[in-house]
Each structure stands twice: as structure tokens, then as C-alpha cells.
Design a protein around this ligand. Sequence first.
Ligand SMILES: [Zn+2]
Ligand SMILES: [Zn+2]
Length: 373
Amino acid sequence: MAKQDYYEILGIQKSADEKEIKRAYKRLAMKYHPDRTKGDKESEEKFKEINEAYEVLADKEKKAMYDQYGHAAFEQGGGAGGFGGFGDADFGDIFGDMFGDIFGGGRSRQRVVRGEDLRYDIEITLEEAVRGCKKDIQINTLVQCDTCHGSGAEAGSKVETCPTCHGAGRVRRQQGFFVTEQPCPHCHGTGKKIEKPCHTCHGDGRVHKTQNLSVTIPAGVDTGNQLRLAGKGAAGENGAPAGDLYVVIHVRKHHIFERDGNNLYCEVPISFTMAALGGEVEIPTLDGRLKVKIPAETQTGKLLRLRGKGITTRGYAGDLICEIVVETPIQLNEEQKELLRKLEESLEGKSAQRPKSSGFLDGVKKFFDNLGK
Ligand SMILES: [Zn+2]
Ligand SMILES: [Zn+2]
């Protein structure tokens, strides 16, 4: 079943200030304190909920996250950052609502049809994903009709109780052995019958509108993470609660870095003179340039790990891993070629100076020797 709203748990309005939150908490905590309720399971549960709600609402940052994302703000799903996404918990909530309803376990009998959930795919850069960002988005959605304020009724017209379901919003149907409950087909679960439908929305209580929204994307998100904006989906019919908006993150491919969780990878090309003699090379990090020493006798493929220069999420900093690629020079002129030939001659027969190729040749020899046996 869906998790109860923290404001509801404390019995306060969303607009409640710090003092009111504290007062509500104190009052309820006293009432449900285990010392007073002596092992009553229900009270114990309630006490836990109260504390959980207070922990979030008393903390400015947590409260802001909760106000924007609802419970999804604190679910561990999809990876990094203080947000959830389509983790199991979220789906659990969605299905909990639906099935809870069908099988009669819902929170209220006269349940109105909630607005649809919406999905919005957003592309951001790696830098934005790492640092967090604010994005203005436009969604075409159903909003409450201004003319009738969501009631669906024309001004001055009567709203009566639905004769089919007698206001319950649901009807029972016998199917074989089973009795199932369904939303009333005539009033769509509202329990009301509108005498004269609103001329703007034709009785639906909502109209299509393009909405501008500002979305705060927390630092550390990755492709596939989803943010739930509670109540920002389509408005419900006839004033029913709105659905949620899911913002799905896609991080654009970066031209230098590749990401693996909190680690970043990049290739660093160096000349083979530098590979042999050592030197210093400038490498990019997300915080700017960094000078790194290349030791003498560096082979291609060597990984240099720069601790803590990757992506930081929840206080954990990943590494930047640079793969050294020794570059072969191209378009050589005769003089340069001659220099290289001289170098090659000077290395002839000196296997100790060529650790990779001599090791490789030994391996090849062993391989053919074994085949001959
Ligand atoms: Zn209307
Ligand atoms: Zn009805």
C-alpha cells in the first residue's frame, strides 16, 4: 500500500512552519510513545512513522527534497544522489494503489480516479549530471479546468449524487464465485452526476495545457535515474488528485570522459619519447586541468589512477583513471626516419631493453615447442 504522506502523519498543512511541525511532532510523540502504549503494536508502528516524518520535515534540505519528489526522494534506487526513481518501491506504490483498490484494501472506499502519470525524457551533459542542475521543461498535460475549478459542472448547475452507485463511486459485480468492485462506469468513480457539464472541459474537469516546470536535478545522477515529481502528472477527472511526473535522465556521451559509476575513464596519448624518458603531461579533470608525472619506461595501456578526481555522490568520491596510449608518429620525413632506424639498430639484440617483445617472442617459442610434443 502507498506510503502515507509525512504531512498527513503529523496532521499538519504543507504550509506549516518550523514551530508548527515541532509542536505537532511533540504532541504525537507523547501520545504514541512506547512508554505510554506498553507494547501495543499499532502504536509502536505509528510512533516509528511519526519519527520518520519528523526527521524529514524538521530538516530544511530533506524537507525541500520531499516537497519536490515525495517519498521517492529517499528511496535507494537506480544509483546515486538523494532521489529514488522507478525503484521497486515506487512501482510497489503504484501497484499497491491499483490493486489495493480493486481488492478492497484501498485507503478509502469512495476513491476517485487519479490523474495519469506522465514521463518526460531529459538529456543532460556529464558536467550537469555530476554537479546537479536546474532545467526548465515544457510538458503538454491535463490541468484542472479554470472555468469550473475541476468540478466539471457549469456555473450554477446542480451536482447530484450518481444514481448508479449512489455516490459510492464504485459498483460491485458478480463474476462466477467472485465479487469484484470497479469504478462506477457512469460517474467514473466520482460518485456525482453533473446536471449541466462545464462548457470549457465538457464535464471532465480538466483541459489540455502546455506547462512550464522547473526541475531540480540533484548532483550525481546517471542515465536511467528517474525523478518523481509528485502531483505534477495529469490532473485527475472532476477534481481528483493529479498523477505524478517521472523525469527520466539521459546523460549525453562526453567527448573525453567515459563514466562507470563514480569512476571516470579517459585516454591520454603521449609520445613514445615521453614514454621512454618520462615527463609531465596535462590531463583534464572535471574541476580543470591537472599536471601528472609520467614515469620513465611507461608502456602503452598503463593505467594512472587519480584518487578522488572522479564523481562524488553521497560523500563518496570516485577516481579518474587515465589510460596511457603511446602514440606512433605519422608522416615522417627522411631525416626522422633515419633517426628511428638508427635507434632501432642500437636496440638490436638487446632483449633486456625490450621487455615486452622479448617476453612475447619467448611465449611464441614455448607455444610452438608444446605443439611439437
Ligand atoms: Zn470545466
Ligand atoms: Zn456512479
